[in-house]
Design a protein around this ligand. Sequence first.
Ligand code: IPE
Ligand code: IPE
Ligand code: MG
Length: 253
Amino acid sequence: MALFSSSTRQVPQSAAVPRHVAVIMDGNGRWAKKRFLPRVAGHVKGVELVREMVRACLERGIQYLTLFAFSSENWRRPQDEVSLLMQLFVKALEQEVEKLDRNGVRLRVVGDLTRFEPRLQELIRQAEARTASNTRLDLTIAANYGGRWDIMQAVEGMLAAQPEKRNGWQEGDLEPHLAMSFAPEPDLFIRTGGEERISNFLLWQLAYTELYFTPTLWPDFDTAEFDKAISSFQQRERRFGRTSEQLVEKPNA
Ligand code: IPE
Ligand code: IPE
Ligand code: MG
């Protein structure tokens, strides 16, 4: 497994496009409500926007796109909505994987998958296997994912890897066990739908990510909106604890 140096420590080389974009796709329900439609209509439209977002990332040379599709807390929603979301997930996997594969997209699903129906688990496994050698874009769907769950399972993995070790643990001991250890930390985080919170998304990995919040609802978050987020990112100075002057002289000193 390729481990990237953490962007928490290294100032990324170029600010042209973010290497890794992580998104909380929020606002589907409100989008539907505004149109007097059932909430699920918003989720259906939301899937279309995922397609658009993947295309935009391919065109812009973004290497990693991570989308929060279902949080470990979303089971608290009405049973009907949860089961419709699961059906949509199955349908999307059945219909989209071939095209993703053709376009060089590698798909992964992170989260506690054991709670999903066997059929869904199997589709996920197949989709991951089928796209495993693709390298143009790493698309990761976070499903039944929670940042605290991720840290806890990583701690367990870390302890199991060196059972005799008692102390002196480093961040680098934990990182290989996190669900997204294959990717660099996100450069840009986007949350649509107006809420300005992390909602238990990638807690560890977002330590130094640039955050972008927009009131635009996810089903309205088109390519032009995405470009606004990217240009906001491009105007930021990522200092990782250093001073502005240091960055000009020696970026990674
Ligand atoms: C996000 O949209 C999609 C999921 C959480 C699955 P919401 O369903 O949360 O939409 P709002 O926030 O109610 O508008
Ligand atoms: C966060 O959205 C999770 C996803 C987009 C999948 P929510 O709409 O569930 O978040 P909260 O509960 O309002 O913070
Ligand atoms: Mg919401």
